[in-house]
Design a binder for this molecule. Structure first.
Ligand SMILES: NC(=O)c1ccc[n+]([C@@H]2O[C@H](COP(=O)([O-])OP(=O)(O)OC[C@H]3O[C@@H](n4cnc5c(N)ncnc54)[C@H](O)[C@@H]3O)[C@@H](O)[C@H]2O)c1
Length: 366
């Protein structure tokens, strides 16, 4: 049984992590929770029998009864909390991003290695059943050599997300922005399927500099947009394999797929509407393959072994963490992969402001 500590009991904790952890009752239990907002910590603890509310982060981390922690704080706190947890001897699963900068990410990975601790990072795209299956299909040559991926995460951001319970302002600061908030999902998917990229070039800017919050509890508040809310990235993987990604908080609505991957002989298409379903349906273009229609498409294919109900993409993170700690899964959501995506995001922002192609240094295996 893996004992967990929860750090940060906000929107994502209640929305997806807690339901995800409750499904792991045979493998994990929440032993302690901490949030500076005590009411939220108490509400969180009430969901898990035996869980204790800790008054400070230090108190939670000092508890040797806790094996691993889930860092669900807002992005600007991630590095400090992750580092403190590793130094206290805890294994760590961090919400994205791992750290603020690439240099901090490298230092954090070195610290985890030095202390012999597990350090994993969201988003959990590559741990879902759907993306494990797609990676195997691509690796088996089901679509020929991959040549191109296109991804899009484009909306107006959390200022207009009616049932969001956190403060949406942080998502428009330079420490977050659309690339770190949602573009990160398609970047993990594309690099998870195609491997590390070698170069990036980007265009971007602030298209809509001020937002009026429409979340009912905060209606009328205004937010100044500091991070580029429009980012267009091109990635070069070498060997004439490319990707194009649109990451935006300045698109009112879109019907474009979240992700398409094209090989020499076939294509994969994922709708945005099913993006967060870890078992979600996928359209495959494989003319002549068993199950393909006369137009070559096999529509709404589910990964094999689909369990009833499907699994949430975000909820797959804590499950993977627990299985890695139990030794029943190999780490997929590695800090090295998260660091590579973080480097892409920072290099893209530099490319957009400097007007040049940026070489990427980080690599990851798997
Ligand atoms: N909300 C979502 O659906 C969603 C989805 C995917 C990822 N995420 C990521 O999850 C993280 C949290 O987002 P959220 O939407 O839950 O934000 P939130 O503001 O709703 O919740 C964050 C919580 O962390 C607490 N907190 C702040 N500083 C802390 C500290 N030093 N130690 C412990 N707790 C602290 C806050 O009091 C708050 O309760 C972010 O990195 C976000 O990008 C959120």
């Amino acid at each position: 049984m893996i004992t967990l500590g929860i750090i940060g009991c906000g929107d994502v904790a209640f929305r997806t992590y807690f339901p995800g952890i409750e499904r792991l009752a045979d493998r994990a239990r929440v032993a302690a929770v901490f949030d500076p907002a005590t009411e939220r910590a108490e509400r969180a603890a009430a969901r898990f029998p035996g869980a204790r509310v800790r008054a400070t982060l230090e108190e939670l981390l000092a508890d040797d009864g806790i094996r691993g922690v889930l860092n669900l704080t807002p992005a600007p706190f991630h590095r400090a909390v992750n580092e403190q947890a590793l130094r206290a001897g805890r294994d760590v699963f961090s919400e994205k991003p791992l750290t603020g900068t690439v240099a901090e990410g490298r230092a954090l990975i070195a610290l985890a290695e030095e202390r012999g601790r597990v350090l994993l990072c969201a988003p959990a795209v590559m741990a879902t059943r759907r993306f494990r299956w797609l990676k195997t299909l691509i690796g088996d040559g089901a679509f020929g050599r991959p040549t191109l991926a296109t991804g899009q995460m484009a909306n107006l951001g959390p200022a207009g997300w009616a049932d969001y319970t956190g403060d949406p302002a942080v998502f428009y600061t330079k420490q977050v922005g659309p690339l770190l908030d949602t573009g990160v999902y398609v970047l993990h998917a594309i690099t998870g399927l195609l491997g590390p990229a070698k170069r990036v070039q980007a265009l971007g800017g602030v298209a809509i500099p001020e937002r009026t919050v429409t979340i009912p509890s905060r209606a009328g508040e205004t937010i100044r947009v500091e991070a580029n809310d429009q980012m267009l990235l091109h990635l070069d993987f070498g060997g004439v394999t490319f990707a194009h990604v649109l990451s935006s908080f300045a698109v009112p609505a879109s019907q474009a797929p979240a992700l398409e991957v094209h090989g020499e002989t076939g294509s994969i298409s994922l709708a945005l509407s099913d993006w967060y379903d870890g078992d979600g349906p996928t359209d495959l273009y494989r003319p002549g393959a068993p199950g393909a229609g006369p137009d070559g498409w096999q529509r709404a294919v589910r990964p094999p072994d689909t369990r009833e109900g499907g699994r949430n993409l975000i909820g797959s993170g804590p499950e993977h963490f627990v299985d890695v700690l139990l030794g029943t899964a190999e780490p997929v959501l590695t800090a090295e992969h998260a660091l590579h995506v973080l480097e892409i995001i920072h290099a893209a922002t530099t490319s957009a402001s400097e007007g040049r192609v940026e070489e990427l240094e980080t690599r990851f295996g798997g």
